[in-house]
Design a protein around this ligand. Structure first.
Ligand code: ADP
Ligand code: MG
Length: 174
């Protein structure tokens, strides 16, 4: 079976940007779990969370993760997908997990440049840098635990894609 590539990392790490281009280069189908959730529910993530709460959203996210996991796919996941032990185990058992690792400063810088309408609701009500520091403190171990490969998210998308290809493609014996 061809591998499924799961891309994990915090908001702003580049999961969607890199995932889309990687899928294109590998001729895989690209799926973004956040985007998929918004499509099937016909609501934004912010609206789902505001109306139904984080717990409902997380349940939906876990269900969607398993529904979209088919071979020949690059699956960019939501930043909190690794919070669930079941999701972590599922991704490790069913594919190759790539963690795009970035510091809180870098993540915050990128998120602040995005339009308000595309931003996810604040988890804590604090500044974006503080929030990303807290998020990473709580989640870094989980991202690392889940990952088969860790890649520096500050590299250019081209370099990240080259790294992933190097990691997943069978090595040629010369
Ligand atoms: P995620 O899906 O992980 O939340 P995005 O792919 O939406 O992250 O990227 C967040 C922002 O960072 C976007 O504005 C994107 O253009 C930018 N970005 C993504 N990857 C890189 C990269 N490798 N280098 C510089 N900027 C990047
Ligand atoms: Mg994304």
């Amino acid at each position: 079976m061809n591998p499924i590539l799961f891309i994990v990392g915090a908001r702003g790490a580049g999961k969607t940007t890199v995932g889309k281009r990687l899928a294109n280069e590998l001729s895989y189908t690209f799926i973004d779990t956040d985007h998929h959730i918004q499509q099937i529910s016909n609501m934004t993530i912010a609206d789902i969370v505001n109306q139904q709460g984080w717990q409902q959203f997380r349940q939906l996210e876990s269900k969607v993760l398993q529904q979209v996991s088919q071979s020949n796919r690059v699956i960019s996941t939501g930043g909190g997908i690794i919070l669930s032990a079941e999701n972590r185990q599922y991704m490790r058992q069913n594919g190759t997990v790539i963690y795009l690792q970035a510091s809180a400063d870098i993540l915050a810088e990128r998120l602040m440049q995005q339009p308000e309408s595309t931003q996810r609701p604040s988890l804590t009500g604090k500044s974006i840098v503080e929030e990303m520091e807290e998020v990473l403190t709580a989640r870094e171990n989980l991202y690392c635990e889940c990952a088969d490969h860790i890649i520096n998210a500050q590299l250019s998308p081209e370099k990240i894609i080259a790294c992933v290809k190097e990691m997943i493609l069978p090595r040629r014996i010369s």
